[in-house]
Design a protein around this ligand. Structure first.
Ligand code: TYD
Length: 213
């Protein structure tokens, strides 16, 4: 039986990587093989693209960063490598894949945040990754002020070049994520990310069990 593909989505500082880890541990305790990964990245080729995209001291510092279209193509290229070399083979051998961010981040950031058409981002995904979608997408939501406090604590002011964009950009990203979840309730679970990580994990596990059963 093919494995399940679970993705965590949401803005910066909502706890996606902590929740990915806790979910993977819970699934492993059930005897399943679980591959944890992240985007952009997850394979050497995609990590190389990540380093270019998120380098806050790189081209962007000199005003030479990519525009939204080139950026969307780079995210799609990183994803194509990740899907082909890591995600599809893992699913094919029956493993679960738990991924921190995926296509809906491109739709929310390059689409909602930067203004590209959703249909265009989906076309890039069809070309790059044959349109592979998660079985279940967990959208973690958190009050922006609390998320900002968590990011400050984690990164101590060293935001990457996308994380460091203005508050109105991040508000558009958050609104886009909410729209996607409303449009596809069979694929999305919207989980409040406030409270202790263990408490959030209990909510996540219940949602994954019901969506991925
Ligand atoms: P990361 O350090 O993983 O951020 P976070 O801890 O918030 O998940 O950096 C990923 C950044 O890249 C984040 O700001 C979101 C952005 N991003 C896009 O703009 N488009 C995408 O398709 C993906 C996967 C990420």
């Amino acid at each position: 039986m093919p494995g399940k593909f679970v993705v965590f989505e949401g803005g910066e500082g909502v706890g996606k990587s902590t929740q990915s880890r806790l979910l993977a541990e819970a699934m492993r305790a059930r005897g399943l093989e679980v591959v944890t990964t992240r985007e952009p990245g997850g394979t050497p080729g995609a990590e190389a693209i990540r380093a270019m995209l998120l380098d806050k001291d790189g081209l962007a510092k000199d005003g030479l960063g990519w525009g939204a279209r080139a950026e969307a193509l780079l995210f799609a290229a990183a994803r194509a490598d990740h899907v082909e070399r890591l995600i599809r083979p893992a699913l094919a051998r029956g493993a679960w894949v738990v991924c921190d961010r995926y296509l809906d981040s491109s739709r929310a950031y390059q689409g909602g945040g930067s203004g590209l058409e959703d249909a265009d981002i989906l076309t890039l995904h069809r070309i790059g990754s044959a349109g592979l979608l998660p079985d279940c997408t967990v959208l973690l939501t958190l009050d922006p002020a609390e998320a900002a406090r968590r990011v400050e604590k984690r990164d101590a002011g060293a935001l990457d070049r996308i994380g460091g964009r203005a508050a109105d950009y991040h508000a558009r990203v958050a609104a886009a994520f909410r729209r996607f979840a409303e449009a596809e309730p069979e694929r999305f679970a919207v989980i409040a990310a406030n409270g202790a990580p263990e408490a959030v994990h209990v909510r996540v596990l219940a949602a994954v069990d019901s969506l991925c059963a």
